[in-house]
Design a protein around this ligand. Structure first.
Ligand code: ADP
Ligand code: MG
Length: 238
């Protein structure tokens, strides 16, 4: 399960409202991409879903349960950041196992989950290396591995590929899409890159200044953009 619903959610920093009242349903199993220019509120929205920021007014429901006041660790969601935030002194195995140790799972279960994640992400041969001995793409996979082992209801990605060079980025896009097909878990993916949005998304949410301009499939946005902002951003001919 992994349906996420935002109901009249707002966010202000001090006197500045960066998210005016916003409603959104992210369906279970869907690959949803938040796209929009820098500063439009993509990361803030993702952090509100994760619980890393408190919402100012409104409600968040996860699988129909009010999660507005639920702490991040109890929301059942896993966040993957653009900076990998791996522990440099720990092996890949220990990095991936870390959230499970924090959750106090037993060693047998930890080993099983770490090995399963490593196999899904082609990291089996790298488990005893340290992050410094890996390529950028491999490091990003370790960060994803650390999310997978928690068996989350949804993955939240904040521009996970923006630190990678162009060629690697294309490869990782495909890998994340493959992963989504295999796991069939809800993924919410933030990017300012239209190509990433158009190639990866089941559903795209176009944001401008904290406001949802349009929600639709890549084809819907391309063929029937609701306004010139969406058309311009998606690159469709309107
Ligand atoms: P994006 O991820 O789309 O680039 P952000 O969600 O990071 O945008 O930021 C949206 C707006 O909120 C920006 O105007 C930004 O300056 C502001 N903002 C984000 N985080 C904070 C914060 N902790 N304090 C004050 N303003 C913030
Ligand atoms: Mg951001």
């Amino acid at each position: 399960m992994g349906q996420i619903q935002l109901k009249q959610v707002t966010k202000s920093f001090g006197d500045v409202q960066v998210i005016p009242p916003l409603d959104l349903i992210i369906q279970d199993g869907e690959f949803t991409v938040f796209v929009g220019p820098s500063g439009c509120g993509k990361s803030t929205l993702l952090r509100l879903i994760a619980g890393l920021e408190d919402i100012t007014t409104g409600h968040i429901e996860i699988d129909g349960q009010d999660a507005t006041d639920v702490v991040p660790a109890k929301r059942g969601l896993a966040m993957v950041f653009q900076s990998y935030a791996l522990y440099p002194h720990m092996s890949v195995r220990k990095n991936i196992a870390f959230p499970l140790r924090m959750a106090k799972l037993n060693q047998v279960e930890i080993t099983k989950r770490v090995e399963r994640a490593a196999s899904v992400l082609n990291l089996t041969d790298y488990l005893d290396r340290r992050p410094g001995q890996l390529s950028g793409g491999q490091r990003q996979r370790v960060a994803i591995g650390r999310a997978i082992v928690r068996d989350p209801a949804a993955f939240l990605f904040d521009e996970p590929l923006s630190n990678l060079d162009a060629a690697l980025r294309v490869g990782m896009r495909l890998e994340i899409s493959e992963l989504h097909k295999r796991l069939e878990t809800t993924m919410v993916y933030v990017t300012h890159d239209q190509v990433e949005a158009m190639t990866m998304a089941d559903k795209i949410v176009v944001l401008q200044a904290g406001v949802i301009e349009q929600v639709g499939t890549p084809l819907e946005l391309y063929h029937t953009p609701r306004n010139t902002f969406v058309a311009g951003f998606i690159g469709s001919p309107k």
